[in-house]
Design a binder for this molecule. Structure first.
Ligand code: MN
Length: 291
């Protein structure tokens, strides 16, 4: 059988932004912005490129809990420092990825890195919430810091650019992060007129965030910086042509077909598990972290 094109469902503009703490000005593409089916990806907050003025006291978001999923933060401009109650900390710079598995529960805080804050400048980030299958929701927390130079890279033919495989697999190149369900997360860094092809199962939920530039998808649809390309659950092959130098964040994953119960920073399957998370948090069972 001949492989079929995975067709575009919609090209979505970034919804109006809101602040997370005072450090992140994010456009929520889903689940609030657009009610699209993107499981295992539960949430996409996109901090489009903005300029922060210099400030001695770093902006950010203070100590808060998470349970039942993973937060994945990808930096394009600026620098973010992270600390959590499992004792993990790190700083991500442009190109770096922080993959934090909250699972049974952590407290963490996310702030602009001190030197970046003092100088100010361009800031652009993505944060994804990746859901966990029920059987892993209460497993121990985990932290993967993935530096840009350690990300597995597939070089495209004809000087088209390269595909950084953060997780999953691209043409035999395996991703750097380990995941709890099958998913692909790539940064495609394409040169003007460069082409790349992707092949994802029809049932995988798939979308592109255009971080920089301007692309043509499947020879017809045009998407520009700060838009989200949402695909149908039909066909498998996607063709991308860069109309200028472009960076595209590519998400594709097998849906987790399990019930969802969400309340703020907790993402579980049943309402009673949410109540348990609230009780555990109030009882201090998420550990301790200095403000
Ligand atoms: Mn958080």
């Amino acid at each position: 059988m001949e492989a079929k094109t995975k067709t575009v469902s919609a090209i979505l503009n970034a919804p109006a932004p809101h602040m997370v703490g005072d450090g992140f000005r994010v456009h929520n593409f889903f689940p609030k912005g657009y009610k699209i089916k993107m499981s295992p990806f539960f949430l996409l907050d996109y901090n489009a490129r903005i300029e922060f003025s210099a400030r001695n006291e770093p902006r950010g978001v203070g100590v808060h809990p998470h349970r039942g999923f993973e937060t994945v933060t990808i930096a394009y401009h600026g620098a973010v420092a992270h600390h959590d109650s499992a004792g993990n900390s790190g700083i991500i710079y442009p190109g770096d990825v922080q993959w934090m598995t909250a699972a049974s529960g952590i407290l963490h805080k996310e702030y602009h890195e001190e030197q970046f804050s003092k100088k100010g400048g361009a800031f652009q980030m993505v944060q994804l919430w990746v859901n966990l299958p029920a059987k892993y929701k209460m497993s121990p927390p985990k932290y993967q810091e993935i530096k840009h130079n350690s990300i597995a890279k597939h070089t495209l033919d004809n000087g088209s650019g390269n595909i950084e495989v953060i997780a999953g697999e691209y043409n035999g190149t395996k991703g750097s992060a380990s995941t709890f369900s099958p998913l692909n997360l790539f940064n495609a860094r394409l040169n003007k007129e460069g082409k790349a092809y992707f092949d994802f199962p029809a049932e995988y939920n798939t979308g592109f965030v255009i971080i920089e530039g301007n692309i043509k998808v499947n020879g017809t649809e045009i998407a520009k910086a700060d838009q989200f390309v949402y695909f149908k659950n039909e066909g498998s092959i996607i063709e991308v042509e860069a109309l200028e130098n472009s960076i595209v964040l590519i998400l594709s994953g097998e849906p987790i077909n399990e019930p969802i119960a969400q309340y703020g920073p907790f993402l579980m399957n049943k309402p009673e598990e949410i109540q348990q998370a609230i009780d555990d948090y109030n009882q201090g069972r998420f550990g301790y972290l200095d403000e």
